[in-house]
Design a protein around this ligand. Structure first.
Ligand code: TXA
Ligand code: MG
Length: 327
């Protein structure tokens, strides 16, 4: 299959009509969002939804997130309890997914049989306009299952060229890690996946919230969290920053912050800077690109600097721990 590329240089320019038509005809379109790129199909076309799983190699028991372009569209997909309505209105659009009770119209293919659905109202203008023009869009991240999520056109192309109808190139994703997922169907809001909207911010908004930790032998609440994710193919090890010096000029790639490079590793030539400690959102933005770089680099394996675990660092460390799982 020839994959059509749509390049968007101006977010408000109207050249996504063709992508809309592809979706309406049951095609798959990869599109930019403010977190990572999504691989979309229309909620109303179950055969297209099934193709998403096949193309990605995604297990069918891992439900998809539905993307909408307005609160009204969100209400067509799920029930929003009154006590949450104003809050959701206030924090959307943005990099957060709400797990809510689903409406009849959502096919089982999307929810893997659950009676809840993950819904997201992204702030990216292309994602919004696509959903408003074509209809609600079910979309996981636009990578092959097991690979790091794509944060730019090139990464989507690497994984999906020739397998889907269209990719919209909207440049680099701003946040670089997937949306925060919060389950609003239980007594207390539960964060199923930490993300760009931090635990601290959510505590301020919702009052008490729980941070879900998967225990062994338990079915994770967000089924996707049980799979090894976001991981490079080569081995990645998590190392305290003052021990990184032991790897200087060895056959190992050192992923570190700008500050650590300057302070401890200025003489080492096997380093790759993932962002600045002083501006942690730059680390989130570059994280998956650096994971993909590990596999392209001439090094046999990589080590990555351990970061603190508060605020956005907590979400970043969640992804780093998964990528270095068991190492
Ligand atoms: O930022 C994002 O959320 C990106 C962009 C494209 O929007 N999407 C994304 O989708 O990361 P995906 O499929 O890679 O991750 C979705 C996660 C999975 O872990 C899945 O198990 C969980 O959301 N999920 C979806 N529906 C759920 C539900 N009803 N209950 C609990 N977890 C759910
Ligand atoms: Mg994913």
């Amino acid at each position: 299959m020839k994959t059509k590329i749509i390049r968007v240089s101006n977010y408000y320019e109207d050249n996504i009509e063709e992508a809309c038509n592809i979706l309406k005809n049951g095609g798959l379109v990869a599109f930019p969002t403010e977190t990572v790129y999504g691989l979309g199909a229309l909620v109303s076309i179950p055969e297209a939804i099934r193709r998403i799983f096949l193309v990605k190699g995604r297990p069918f028991d891992n439900p998809l997130i539905v993307h909408v372009g307005s609160i009204e569209q969100m209400q067509m997909i799920c029930y929003i309890e009154e006590k949450y309505f104003e809050i959701i209105k206030k924090i959307t659009p943005g990099p957060i997914t709400f797990v809510l009770r689903k409406k009849e119209s959502v096919p089982v293919e999307i929810t893997a049989g659950l009676d809840t659905v993950g819904v997201r109202f992204p702030s990216h203008p292309i994602a919004q306009r696509l959903a408003l023009c074509a209809g609600a869009i079910a979309a996981p991240s636009a990578n092959l299952s097991g690979k790091p999520s794509p944060t730019n056109f090139e990464s989507v192309w690497e994984d999906l060229n020739g397998k889907i109808e269209c990719i919209i190139d909207g440049g680099e994703s701003v946040f670089g890690i997937e949306s925060t997922i919060i389950d609003l169907t239980k007594d207390m809001p539960i964060i199923l996946r930490p993300g760009p909207i931090t635990v601290e911010e959510l505590r301020e908004i919702f009052g008490k919230v729980e941070v879900y930790q998967t225990k062994e032998d338990e079915r994770p609440l967000a089924p996707g969290m049980k799979y090894k994710h976001y991981a490079p193919e080569k081995k990645l090890k998590l190392i305290d920053k003052d021990l990184l010096i032991n790897y200087a000029n060895k056959d190992v790639l050192i992923l570190c912050t700008k500050e650590t490079k300057e302070r401890y590793l200025s003489e080492a030539n096997n380093t790759y800077i993932i962002g600045s400690y002083a501006q942690p959102y730059t680390i989130a933005q570059n994280l998956y690109k650096s994971f993909r770089y590990i596999d392209k680099s001439p090094y046999q394996s990589a080590v990555i600097e351990r970061l603190p675990e508060y605020g956005i660092f907590f979400s970043i460390m969640n992804r780093i721990k998964k990528a270095s799982q068991g190492e």
